[in-house]
Design a protein around this ligand. Structure first.
Ligand code: FAD
Length: 430
């Protein structure tokens, strides 16, 4: 038997250290550093580099990676507990070497990269000397990658890329882009695209604009045009026509890591909600005495704990099976549950704070928008729900009778056939 909800005491010490470190050193940076991804920002570097060193010395750097890539290889359950803490602050993942999308990008480089690609792209990425971007979504569609049109054509020893990509996060800070491109349009739909490594400063890569989220006028999600962009043949990452396989390898880990951080973020919002409920008085009593506020607190706690358990169970299954294919249903379930839990709790926290809650002086309106980010990036909620339903239904067999297997008259007849003689004997003796 192996059911256990406790953290081992040695690892708990590390979590306690992280908890203090994030609160004292990292949370204030949300007000100081414009973007943790801007490796050319001197303010960022002056503050973040020494903090990264402390994390490295404590052997907590890049904990999503195994020892072969310089991480401790703690596994996903421990990573989940760590990411809950890191989810509280914008710069925390970068300081611990676990920031998306570099984590997923490093995973595919490690998995599919040649020795040369690893040297040029993966090694400096793992040291956070550079950052990367995953450029897949196109303006005409994201949820259905079969509509992508951006193309790579062979020309001698090079590939020539033309087309447009949309919402390529952090392209403006990146040293290279991982781009999904149509190479074999005559192949079956899921074998038409391939993945390429494109240095961001390659001639022909043009950021049309950096789209913001919510009310941001300028953000970090690039609308990119690729015009006659030439990359050498060896910049193909993974097999030709294998773009979807590469993307799936990347997205499994990315989705669960987002969920782990969201658990921590939601807990932080919940804490704010509770503090307000026991501090603010209206009509002569605390908000926490009002039953409808109590309902909001109870519903939020229930949703948060159910979500957290689902995340931890999924992490445990990843560790157990070491195969993302075996846990696709679980990861899709976590991904589908995440935005709703996040949005509900952020909205209730906003409501309990009244006018202050809706104002820019509290983080709730940004958190509500962020919950939509979690429902879109790495695939919309609807698509993941479809995945869950399909995989759940795979475990069932159809009933070939007109009435269902559990139809009560049928079950009663079967029960009578099994035990009817007992009933009959007792009826005769009465
Ligand atoms: C903050 C943020 C960061 C992102 N970062 C990146 C990035 O770095 N790189 C990258 O390539 N992309 C990125 N994306 C893009 C993301 O992957 C897409 O937004 C997502 O795949 C949906 O594509 P779309 O926006 O074109 O919406 P569409 O494909 O137009 O879908 C719109 C809506 O239609 C509905 N829908 C879609 N499919 C179905 C279905 N099968 N069944 C029922 N309803 C459906 C859903 O409600 C969906 O939200 C990012 C997005 C956000 C919001």
């Amino acid at each position: 038997m192996g059911w256990d909800f406790e953290t081992d005491p040695e690892f708990q010490k590390e979590l306690d250290w992280m908890d203090d470190f994030v609160r004292e050193e990292i949370e204030p940076l949300d007000f100081i550093i414009k973007s943790p991804y801007d490796v050319n920002d001197p303010v960022r570097n002056e503050i973040i580099r020494p903090l990264q060193k402390i994390v490295q010395e404590r052997e907590l750097w890049a904990c999503h990676l195994g020892p072969d890539l310089g991480g401790p290889g703690y596994g996903q359950v421990k990573l989940a507990l760590m990411n809950e803490i890191l989810g509280r602050a914008r710069c925390a993942s970068t300081i611990f070497g676990t920031q998306a999308p570099d984590t997923g990008n490093s995973e595919i480089l490690a998995h599919f990269g040649t020795e040369g690609q690893k040297k040029q792209f993966l090694e400096p990425l793992l040291r956070n000397e550079i950052v990367s971007c995953y450029s897949m979504t196109e303006p005409q569609g994201g949820a259905d990658p079969k509509v992508f049109k951006t193309i790579a054509v062979e020309d001698g020893d090079e590939w020539v890329i033309n087309g447009e990509k949309w919402f390529s996060s952090n392209a403006r800070y990146s040293a290279f882009l991982i781009v999904m491109l149509v190479t074999d349009p005559e192949n079956p739909p899921y074998q038409q695209q391939s993945t390429f490594l494109v240095p961001t400063d390659t001639p022909g890569v043009e950021i049309i604009r950096n789209v913001g989220v919510g009310e941001e006028e300028e953000g970090s999600h690039a609308y990119i045009r690729y015009t006659d962009v030439r990359v050498p043949k060896e910049n193909l990452l993974g097999p030709r026509g294998g773009g979807f396989v590469v993307a799936q390898t990347r997205l499994g880990g990315g989705r669960i890591h987002h969920a782990m951080r969201t658990s921590g973020r939601v807990q932080r919002i919940f804490d704010m909600m509770c503090e307000r409920a026991i501090s603010r008085t209206t009509q002569g009593e605390l908000l926490s005495k009002k039953q409808m506020v109590q309902e909001m607190i109870a519903d939020s706690w229930l949703e948060m704990e159910m979500f957290r358990l689902l995340v931890l169970r999924t992490a445990w299954r990843i560790d157990r099976y070491q195969d993302y294919k075996k846990v696709r249903k679980d990861i899709s379930a976590v991904k589908a549950a995440m935005p709703g839990v996040y949005r509900n709790i952020a909205s209730r926290a906003l409501q309990i704070h009244g006018s202050l809650g809706v104002s820019g002086e509290m983080p709730f309106s940004k958190e509500v928008i962020e919950s939509f980010h979690m429902g879109l990036a790495d695939g919309p909620t609807e698509v993941h729900k479809v995945q869950v339903a399909r995989r759940v239904l795979d475990d069932y067999v159809p009933c070939d009778d007109l009435f269902p297997t559990m139809h009560l008259p049928k079950r009663k007849a079967a029960a009578l056939e099994k035990y009817g003689d007992v009933l009959e004997r007792h009826m005769q003796t009465q």
